[in-house]
Design a protein around this ligand. Structure first.
Ligand SMILES: NC(=O)c1ccc[n+]([C@@H]2O[C@H](COP(=O)([O-])OP(=O)(O)OC[C@H]3O[C@@H](n4cnc5c(N)ncnc54)[C@H](OP(=O)(O)O)[C@@H]3O)[C@@H](O)[C@H]2O)c1
Length: 310
């Protein structure tokens, strides 16, 4: 049966993946956006500011699913201003949705809020899952904890809530994968730092299937990791990428050089140096099956895919 699905902040990398998935299923898709962006033709855009209630709130009444993807990109310099934007854009958008949901006569039965696998500490020693994982103390994990705290503060009878602690989504449409591929093409596809840091990732096909599975699985609630079950050391990821992209040469980037590169690329070294060794224990226990559990088939597909935006 077609559903009414609201994608708050659904214009970014994950939003485009989910727009396509739900449109192909025949669902009615509404994107809450602060501006006018490219969306698929059958997707309806409704404006919001990501923080205050307004006419957009009536879209939630009678909807089946709300998925909140809103948040300022973390791929930037962590200045005081950007840090405030990263935190506030997530917490305030979540709060606005929670307040709007509390006033619905017929609230959606499912509210999924994005969270992030970066909540776990730097981990080369062992894998982090929902039960035994330890959270980090620095800026990014603290943002995620504040985001989840706000989300779970808005409980309402009849509304199932899931916080999705997602690893890096590997998609040709944007985010981390095109950047790794670009670095490899220009000869910077060796390992970064020691290369021993783990990379947790998930293929875009599994992202779409995972959200559909959450909708179809009433037992799925609370905090759930979204990451392929086989995170791998960065040096192995870069080797696998080079095998497919076949650059003429590659150099490794030592830890001391990375801060300079990060300034030039207007990003932070954390995004490549933090060891994210995250596994999706709850999803596996609840029966989710990954189409791309290991990096090899995922890269075969990604390296052959055209880049495309709606
Ligand atoms: N992609 C990943 O690998 C990944 C991994 C883990 C977690 N996540 C999290 O999942 C969410 C979605 O990821 P994504 O890759 O789709 O992110 P994205 O490409 O950066 O898109 C996020 C959307 O949030 C909206 N937004 C940006 N700044 C905002 C602000 N100040 N207030 C309200 N809305 C704002 C934008 O929509 P409008 O401009 O249309 O309003 C934007 O399209 C993000 O919160 C991200 O942190 C992503």
């Amino acid at each position: 049966m077609p559903r009414k699905v609201i994608l708050a902040g659904g214009t970014g990398t994950m939003g485009v993946i989910l727009q396509q998935h739900f449109v192909e299923r025949g669902d009615e898709v509404i994107v809450l956006t602060r501006g006018r962006h490219g969306t698929l033709p059958s997707v309806r855009q409704v404006n919001w500011d990501g923080r205050t209630e307004g006419p957009w709130t009536k879209e939630l009444d009678g909807a089946d699913v709300v998925i909140n993807l809103a948040g300022r990109s973390v791929d930037c310099r962590y200045t005081a201003k950007n840090k405030a934007l990263i935190l506030n854009s997530r917490v305030l958008a979540t709060r606005a949705l929670g307040n709007a949901l509390s006033k619905c006569a017929k609230p959606p039965a499912l509210w999924i809020n994005m969270s992030s696998a970066t909540v776990y500490r730097h981990a080369e020693d062992r894998a982090m899952d929902e039960q035994t994982g330890e959270s980090g103390n620095d800026f990014s994990p603290q943002v995620v904890l504040a985001w989840e705290k706000e989300f779970f503060a808005h409980q309402r009878a009849g509304v199932r809530q899931v916080a999705v602690r997602s690893a890096m989504v590997f998609s040709p449409r944007g985010g981390a994968f095109p950047r790794f591929a670009q670095l490899t093409r220009v000869g910077l596809g060796g390992h970064h730092g020691s290369g021993k840091q783990f990379v947790s990732w998930v293929h875009e096909t599994d992202v779409a299937q995972f959200f559909q599975w959450l909708i179809d699985t009433p037992k799925a609630k609370g905090i759930i990791n979204l990451a392929a079950p086989n995170p791998l050391p960065e040096t192995e990821l870069m080797t696998a990428l080079r095998k497919r992209i076949k650059p003429l040469f590659h150099i490794n980037t030592p830890t001391w050089l990375l801060p300079m590169g990060a300034i030039m690329l207007r990003t932070e070294t954390e995004l490549v140096l933090k060891s994210r060794r995250v596994i999706p224990n709850r999803a596996l226990q609840l029966g989710f099956t990954f189409r791309h559990p290991t990096i090899h088939t995922a890269l075969d597909e990604l390296c052959n895919a055209p880049t495309h935006q709606p």
